[in-house]
Design a protein around this ligand. Sequence first.
Ligand code: GAP
Length: 455
Amino acid sequence: MEKIVSLCKRRGFVFPSSEIYGGFASIYDFGPYGVELENAVKGEWWKSMVQIRKDIVGLDSGIFMSPKIWEASGHVAGFSDPLIECRKCHSRLRADHLLEDIGVTADEKMSEEDINKLLAENKNKIVCTKCGAKEFTEAKKFNLLVKANLGNFTEDWSKDPVYLRGETCQGIYVNYKNVLDTTRVKIPFGIAQVGKAFRNEITARQFIFRTREFEQMEMQYFTHPEQEMEEYEKLREYRWNFYKNLGIREENIKWHKHDNLVFYAKEAYDIEYNFPFGWKELEGVHARGNYDLTQHSKYSGQDLSYVDPKTQEKYMPHIIESSVGVGRIVLMLLAEAYTEEKVGEETRVVMKFPKMMAPIKVAIFPLMKNKPELVSKAREIFDNLKMKWMCEFDDNGNVGKRYRRQDEIGTPFCVTVDFETLEDSAVTVRDRDTMQQERIKISELENYIGNKLSE
Ligand code: GAP
């Protein structure tokens, strides 16, 4: 993990937030290559969830919404994690995580009473992750919603706050009727959304795995009550195949079934990934029953039930959801790609991203920086290929150094323009994974790379 974090900083994938001011906990900024990776993840997700699905449409709702939405959803009353404080160093920690770390099953949904009972039973085994002390306060539930004063011009706005959304799906539920009334969708259908979410996470751990500001990709699928579980099984399979198609090794992903369900849920599974710090939740695929629309009907006073246009049957749709953080997929791709290889006496670090996910697809080099005829030919090739893919032009240092840099950012192809190019109109194309070099005619270069990228 340390190696991945250091490469991310060194090569411009991920920066700690506000670094020049000493940092800002649990927020990260995505650098030039990180943002490309994020965009590739979001692009693949959108393609699979919206573009190729005739039954799913997209949405982009506001980050701020009526605070009543968060009351209806249960977040104001119950969106909380169990917090304890170390009596020695005053670090605030998640009680369920400390219990899990010593092999005791616990989660954030447990009552204060139950979690305090487990803490008491394991008193001597639980240690503060910061200072090693064993003395803690009692666990208390801490609400994760982030409050703000948008549109409130009074001094004591915190009594009447609005919230930065804690999940994107609430925006989907409250627009369900708008989508139904304005498009051709009929149940079963889905609405997909990608956007920022905010949570006052107590201990945000493990780099970009758990942050206080993150981007979610959520799809909510509205079904007839009797079709909920059948559609749920289909969605589970669809999501599993998404990761397989992304090139994730199947031995590194697995299903985890929730034993402790929230009261309204029918069934809940997570897809877990074998992160460098162990198996952890990547994505949730949950069958939520009719809770969400029932709550919003009740709190808004608007009837959100559905009338089947053919049978006139009226019912409250049941919802199945797929929900995943962009950052978690990015971290998985980084972990999956990180490779160290012995090349002669040296160790080569290479990010073996699936080619279509690589931040930069092609790097173009003139063999020498001070030969204008090589530089202008290389520029011409760069200007042509950049219209199709993210490309990089590099004339710094020697070719060996340039390869090393491109390997570390995972660029599948490096194209070098040398003196022979001026004679034979061909270039050397070096493959990231095999390091094999091939001579390719400039006129065939775009086709050659296009074919290789879609392999
Ligand atoms: N609408 C359901 C929902 O939000 P969740 O299990 O709280 O469910 C879903 O979150 C997904 O969002 C998680 O599986 C994870 O990928 C991502 N996620 C949640 N909290 C996160 C955080 N603090 N940082 C990064 N990603 C997070």
